[in-house]
Design a protein around this ligand. Structure first.
Ligand code: ATP
Length: 413
């Protein structure tokens, strides 16, 4: 039926008689009229009309969207700046992001009560008047630092480091939880604590666990991330890191791989070395200007304490050192028990037997053995991990370590 119908021709016929006069009034063409001989045509026309109206509506919407988008692209860029002084006559001095300072007016729609020294604002490109208040800037690296508001690792998850746990509790937990003790005795608690030991021995875990036990926010940054390409950038990051810690207080700053930024300073330095040294200087000055009874604690970690700058270890800075050793047999047994606790073990599993064969391995490697053993069990479609799975996992981890050492030429002792 649809194929036979020629809309234009038939529609002409529908409306005009042989003399060309109108044959039907619009009412007669109504699709609701049962007697209308052209009812079907009228229904089609009505449907088509509705369809076209919808199309027009959609296209108008698209035009509106594109016009807004175009306006955004055409809008002139705004300049950003920081307020450095507020005058009584209503004007402010801003340091623009392009460099110079300007004395400018503030637009009437900007809430002046929210303006204070240091506020980041947007400026009109021509008059440089303040036309908006921007949120505080945080460098992506600092805001990208691992910030854990509620750490989940507890001291119970750490195997074999009882002595280190007692030490870190004394040095970090006490000043946060009972600062009055230090006040009464009249001494300052240690400012910074340095954890030294081979990779994967549980240094990060210790710092996280103490943050959890004190309900502190845990902020972790790797030292190498503080090394920046441009002069002054590293120092600014350190400042922002400490600022972030104060905002999130009580908090614990954990700087991993401290040696990347705090290696001994040499006389013959390149400009890149000098930038690293400037970052270190900023770190030292932040440590010095720090209230050690405050609710921000600092923990550093390093695998190479021998190359750390002496200035960093001076009293009042990272003056307490906790050595985290590679685990002995007893410690390894504890670590195995922690990681195997949630595993479904077959009856033949003798963990002590595996422990004896893991001399020289770190806690992280022991965890890797447990994970690998589980993977072998899954591969063999078994729901229980067997002794054979553990033996194969041990072999795999040891082989990996040996290839890794040959490749890097480094031995972890
Ligand atoms: P790196 O110096 O490379 O940063 P690290 O000393 O900070 O290493 P962690 O990140 O604390 O090491 O540990 C890595 C993983 O190893 C942990 O997630 C944990 O599963 C395991 N592990 C290490 N030591 C222990 C331990 N003493 N008890 C239980 N698990 C441990």
């Amino acid at each position: 039926m649809e194929d036979d119908y020629n809309y234009e021709e038939d529609d002409e016929l529908a409306l005009l008689d042989a003399e060309g006069d109108e044959a039907f009034s619009p009412e007669e063409l109504s699709p609701n009229d049962q007697n209308n001989p052209w009812r079907e045509v009228a229904i089609r026309a009505e449907n088509e009309k509705q369809f076209l109206e919808q199309e027009v509506y959609k296209l108008q919407k698209e035009v509106r969207r594109l016009t807004t988008e175009l306006n955004k692209l055409k809008a002139p860029p705004l300049i950003t700046g920081n307020i450095i002084d507020i005058l009584t006559d209503g004007r402010v001095v801003v340091k623009s992001s392009t460099g110079p300072n300007f004395l400018v007016y503030v637009a009437s729609f900007v809430n002046r009560d929210k303006l204070e020294v240091g506020t980041r604002v947007s400026l009109n490109r021509d008059s440089l008047a303040v036309i908006g208040i921007l949120p505080k800037s945080k460098d992506p690296i600092v805001s990208g630092a691992e910030v854990i508001e509620k750490p989940t690792i507890s001291f119970d998850d750490i195997g074999g480091l009882e002595e280190q746990i007692v030490e870190i509790k004394e040095m970090v937990e006490l000043p946060l939880v009972k600062p009055e003790l230090f006040e009464k005795v009249g001494i300052d608690p240690p400012s910074g604590v340095l954890l030294v030991g081979a990779p994967g021995t549980g240094k990060t875990m210790l710092a996280q666990a103490v943050a959890r036990s004190t309900n502190a926010t845990f902020i972790r940054l790797v030292g190498s991330e503080l090394i920046q390409k441009y002069i002054g950038e590293g120092g600014r990051l350190v400042r922002e890191l400490f600022q972030l810690a104060k905002e999130k207080a009580p908090s614990i700053i954990f700087i991993d791989e401290l040696d990347a930024v705090a290696a001994k300073r040499l006389d013959t330095a390149t400009s890149a070395d000098r930038e690293v040294q400037r970052t270190l200087m900023q770190l030292l000055s932040e440590l010095d200007g720090f209230n050690s009874r405050g609710n921000v604690r600092i923990i550093g970690a390093s695998n190479r304490p021998d190359i750390l700058d002496e200035a960093l270890k001076r009293p009042g800075r990272f003056d307490r050192i906790i050595t985290v050793p590679l685990p002995n047999a007893e410690m390894r047994s504890d670590i195995f028990k922690i990681h195997a606790a949630k595993m479904s073990l077959a009856k033949d599993v003798n963990l002590e037997n595996i422990v004896q064969k893991t001399d020289g391995l770190s806690g992280a490697q022991i965890k890797a053995i447990c994970t690998e053993a589980g993977m072998f069990a899954i591969r063999s479609e078994s729901e229980q991990v067997t002794q054979l799975n553990f033996t194969m996992a041990l072999e795999k981890v040891i082989n990996f370590q040996e290839t890794d050492q040959t490749a890097s030429g480094v031995m972890f002792v």
